[in-house]
Ligand binder design. Sequence first.
Ligand code: BMA
Length: 340
Amino acid sequence: MSNVQIIGPAVPNMPWQERPETLNGAPVWRYSENPVIGRNPTKEVARIFNSAVIPYEGAFIGVFRAEQTNGIPYIYLGRSQDAVHWEFEEEKIQFTDAAGNPAMPVYAYDPRLVKIEDTYYMMWCQDFYGASIGMAKTTDFQTFVRLDNPFLPFNRNAVLFPRKINGNFVMLSRPSDSGHTPFGDIFISESPDLVYWGKHRHVMGKSPEWWEMVKIGGGAAPVETSEGWLLFYHGVTGTCNGYVYSIGGAILDIDEPSIVKYRCENFLLTPQEWYEERGFVPNVTFPCATIHDSATGRIAIYYGAADTYVGLAFTTAEDVVGYIKGHSVTRESDTEIGIR
Ligand code: BMA
């Protein structure tokens, strides 16, 4: 019996490969058949990456950042029996307003997907007089109804927690500029109704660790565990040849998630395979979702690779929480409540 429990449903059909015997560094290992989504996945899409998947009706469904052949990103729906082989709809997701009228964003990228009670919520980055967060809900993956944009521009990397905390919806986000933002910390906001957002708090910032010196941003929706909220996020460093995006790990307090309990000083995964180092944007590993099984503690991390592919990596709650705790370095800006 594992010492670290995942709190949530069992997903016995989730994808899985055993940990290889030779693994140096963090206990996160790549799927041997990566990338799971290659180039030109459908007629009018050149690349799919930075995408979110979730168990659905005994199989899996996902919302995929698809760079169309005209270069504009939108979100496409995909379905899979095994969460490895995906079939995509040929037409992008059509959003409507509450009255059912078309309400398409100008563009949409980096979606996340979270189920709260019986509703699935998507968040993504879109134009709102500059880069900001869009949001929609669905119960059947047929109709997608836009919600009000939760935050003012500029903002990216919004991730809703998979349940209310102290009675409110809770969302991470990363205030930014409208370009290739050279700064950025993770903040948290609360809402009683997904319309009015407030009680903003700072969660954690870029750190002196060299792999996350420039900016960080929320990644997969936090996983509820017996140790707190397990957060896979991205950390960015700058080089003479541009940014490098790695995957980091932290554990947030279960009732006050603006408090970081543990934060791993090492990256959990950094670009090293051809599909992470070579593509539209080289050297990017960008986590957007996990599938996890409470019965076994297994976790599959879905990450965008080089703004071109989707990769899959595995860990267990026990392994990764142990590693994060064993290599934790927190600073005052992590452990404080986050108000100034
Ligand atoms: C960020 C976002 C991500 C992208 C990354 C690297 O600003 O646009 O979608 O993966 O840059 O290009």
